[in-house]
Design a protein around this ligand. Structure first.
Ligand code: UDP
Length: 398
């Protein structure tokens, strides 16, 4: 899948990193892109000889209310953190830092884990912070609160150069976009007959065109805008259906509320289907739904990367997506999908695709090649091995 040369390069890096230990820390074991990445990356790192581990923060519900607020502020909302909220945030970091296992390299993901390094003390590890969020419109007071903790790391990883905040003090500022695992349950090949069988059980009519958005129920994913776009498209393509799948992630307290709002907005339309993990829509089902959809929508208003875009393109499904954040490095507008900035534009491009099978095929094929070149997990594995080889102190190699 990746060619002999890249495979040989991976082997050489694996030899340099073998025997060293690495610890990834994030906020949730389930739901959302970071958990998705770690679930696939940790076993691969272990196969490559790295003693890789994954720890999830242990925190009360109140912490996730605060970190969701931080997340929203970093995506541009004007939200201030009270002193009491800052204290809860830091107390959780202090308590979790005390429990962390020793590792040569620790990789803390996103704002939730950013202050661990501050409380972990000098333990000889290399510390990396990976930011999965688009910080270009971050609300400055909240970024200023986090920033000193970011600066304590030896390296940071960002999805796009545009996301990097100016004036970081660390020496290594790396650009690495997330990737998908083509062999995971979510992405591996699945015969179309099997996919049909899975989706039919949910009551969707496979004879009719289907639009799909797979996303947490979150204002930034614009589920209400997706329904508006679907309604506009339905004026032209009368038999189109819309499926929206959204897991309720452990670290996302807004999920249920936004699902309720979305359901209300759908107003009982029998051609709109809303499913969650609680309906039994897990990785295999997401795989099946993505494969049988006619067009995938990802109408985000902000997006760090948007793994779901790569997942759909890999399955050769054309994507219409918000012209924001990391989506723009996945879709070359008009070649491997369409980038849009409003429900009306989303509807227009969706209609173009629904009414032109040859266009769908052409775009989908270009999309798959773009993912193969840039966003397969072997690339992430290579970058991680490089990090381990470079950051772990030679003295610690066993
Ligand atoms: N996902 C899922 N079920 C859902 C919703 C999302 O499995 O109901 C997965 C989706 O397939 C993708 C990840 O969660 O792998 C979401 O990652 P993305 O980068 O698109 O968005 P994030 O949630 O990190 O903002």
């Amino acid at each position: 899948m990746i060619g002999q040369k890249r495979y040989d390069g991976l082997r050489a890096l694996a030899a340099a990193a073998a025997g060293r230990s690495m610890l990834h820390v994030n906020a949730t074991a389930y739901g959302g892109g970071v958990a998705e990445i770690l679930q696939n990356l940790i076993p691969l790192l272990r196969d490559a000889g790295v003693d890789a581990h994954w720890a999830v923060l242990d925190a009360p519900a109140e912490f996730y209310e605060i970190t969701k607020k931080i997340h929203n502020a970093l995506q541009g909302m004007k939200l201030d953190l009270s002193e009491a909220e800052q204290k809860v945030f830091l107390d959780v970091a202090r308590e979790n830092a005390a429990q962390l296992r020793q590792a040569d390299v620790v990789l803390a993901h996103d704002p939730q884990a950013v202050a661990l390094r501050h409380f972990a003390g000098a333990r000889g590890a290399g510390w990396v912070w990976r930011c999965h969020i688009d910080l270009t419109t971050a609300y400055e007071p909240v970024w200023s609160f986090l920033r000193p903790y970011v600066d304590e790391h030896d390296a940071s990883i960002w999805t796009m150069p545009e996301f990097v905040r100016p004036g970081l003090r660390m020496r290594r500022v790396l650009i690495q976009a997330p990737t998908i695992d083509p062999f995971s349950v979510k992405n591996r090949e699945m015969p179309l007959a099997e996919a049909h069988e899975v989706v039919r059980a949910f009551g969707v009519d496979l004879e009719r065109p289907m639009l799909l958005q797979v996303s947490r129920f979150d204002p930034w994913k614009d589920p209400l805008g997706v329904i508006d776009a679907y309604r506009l498209a339905k004026k032209k393509v009368r038999d189109v259906q819309l499926v929206m799948i959204g897991s309720l992630a452990d670290d996302d307290p807004e999920g249920q509320e936004y699902l309720d709002r979305t359901r209300k907005h759908a107003a009982g339309d029998p051609d709109v289907f809303l499913f969650t993990n609680l309906d039994g829509v897990k990785d295999r089902e997401v795989n099946a739904f993505q494969r049988v959809s006619t067009v995938v929508i990802q109408k985000s208003l902000r997006e760090g990367f948007g793994l779901v875009v790569a997942e759909a393109l890999w399955k050769e499904i054309p994507v219409v997506a918000g012209k924001v954040g990391g989506i723009v490095i996945q879709i070359q507008d008009g070649i491997s999908g369409y980038l849009v900035s409003s429900p009306a534009e989303c509807a227009a491009r969706t209609i173009d695709l629904l009414s032109d099978p040859a266009l769908r095929k052409r775009m989908a094929a270009a999309g798959r090649e773009h993912v193969r070149e840039n966003f397969l997990i072997t690339r992430d594995l290579r970058d991680q091995l490089e990090l381990v080889a470079n950051l772990a102190s030679p003295a610690r190699k066993s």
